[in-house]
Design a protein around this ligand. Structure first.
Ligand code: NDP
Length: 318
């Protein structure tokens, strides 16, 4: 594993981090969840990303993680960076979502309880709240850090201008913005329209979520929707209608380029994200340990020639 500095901070993150959004909930096999976390940690993945609502049911991924910490990993807590988030709908009523101080701090307390932790390493505002003043949301992140419930603050899904304002507010409160968590993959490059520049200028790290577009940017769907795949599950966020003929055309072309590099498409996709200027880490998901092994092997080659980049860009527009 290689470790990369997160913006202008003291934190080094593994180039590949593991997210527990899918496949770690109450509906999933606990032994597989444990195998994946332990295999990841053994391979140097020291960063595990959660959120209050990961499951299903919401909250259950944090509970699964507590059980794995309890049985195997508590002794290694200081070797790990654990993150959680609040912002999407988590409990009924007006305080169970968005970015008020009330919602963020209550949610963080609930997450700590579910994970059996005294603190998380990173606490995120999961999405911008158009109704709550940014000062209030940022104030809650500052409070989370000052109270010792989180070591660092992060934002996710914030557009460039709001990210800049959040970074400035946090900085003037003495709690610099550590990291931004945006969706970033070959098919979704919105980060390049301003956000990347803000992050580089402000010294904020970037951890890219859905680097495989939920599995689309791999060989997973080249031969249809297999049982057990995310798109086959009723609670999966990847829906069959997102696997269009147009996407498959691009996926096949990218797969050919990957092959010429001696990589699998998943490996090319991760390598591409890791080669982007602002990116600190790719935040992968997995349904079995073998995928984690395969994905880490992407690190063997994350350099691209100008010709390869041109071919990849052309394939994404087919
Ligand atoms: P990916 O884009 O990496 O997709 C993961 C899925 O791709 C796996 O579940 C698996 O699908 C498939 N896959 C993984 N490796 C391979 C491989 N080598 N070959 C074939 N298929 C493979 O990421 P996710 O969509 O899972 O998101 C990752 C993390 O990002 C989340 O866990 C979460 O922490 C974070 N996230 C944050 C969001 C935010 O708003 N901040 C939103 C969404 C995610 P299958 O299950 O079919 O095997």
């Amino acid at each position: 594993m290689s470790y990369r500095r997160c913006g202008r901070s003291g934190v080094l993150l593994p180039a590949v981090s593991l997210g527990l959004w899918h496949n770690f909930g109450g509906v999933d096999a606990p032994e597989t969840a444990r195998d994946m976390v332990l295999r990841a940690f053994d391979l140097g993945i020291t960063h595990f990303d959660l959120a209050n609502n990961y499951g299903p049911p919401p909250g259950s991924a944090e509970e699964t993680f507590r059980r794995i910490l309890g049985s195997d990993l508590f002794a290694y807590r200081d070797e790990m960076v654990v993150s959680t988030k609040a912002g999407y709908r988590m409990w009924p009523g007006p305080y169970g979502e968005w970015g008020s101080r009330k919602s963020l701090l209550s949610s963080l307390d609930q997450s700590l309880k579910r994970m059996g932790l005294d603190y998380v390493d990173i606490f995120y505002s999961h999405r911008p709240d158009p109704e709550t003043p940014l000062e209030e949301t940022v104030g809650a992140l500052v409070q989370a850090v000052r109270s010792g419930r989180a070591l660092y603050a992060g934002v996710s899904n914030y557009p460039p201008e709001l990210t800049k304002r959040a970074a400035d507010l946090l900085s003037s409160a003495g709690v610099p913005l550590l990291i931004h968590q945006p969706r970033y993959n070959l098919f979704d490059r919105w980060v390049e329209n301003g956000l990347s520049d803000v992050l580089l200028e402000s010294g904020v790290g970037c951890i890219a979520f859905c680097p495989l577009a939920q599995g689309l940017l791999s060989n997973r769907y080249l031969h249809g929707i297999e049982p057990g795949s995310r798109a086959s599950k009723p609670h999966g966020f990847l829906k069959a209608d997102q696997i269009s003929e147009e996407k498959l055309r691009r996926i096949r072309a990218l797969s050919t380029i990957a092959e010429a590099r001696g990589q699998l498409l998943a490996q090319l996709s991760l390598a591409w994200v890791l080669s982007r200027p602002a990116v600190t880490s790719v935040l992968i998901g997995a349904s079995k340990p073998a995928q984690i092994e395969e994905n880490i092997a992407a690190l063997a080659n994350i350099a691209f020639s100008p010709d390869e980049i041109a071919a990849i860009d052309a394939a994404c527009l087919l």
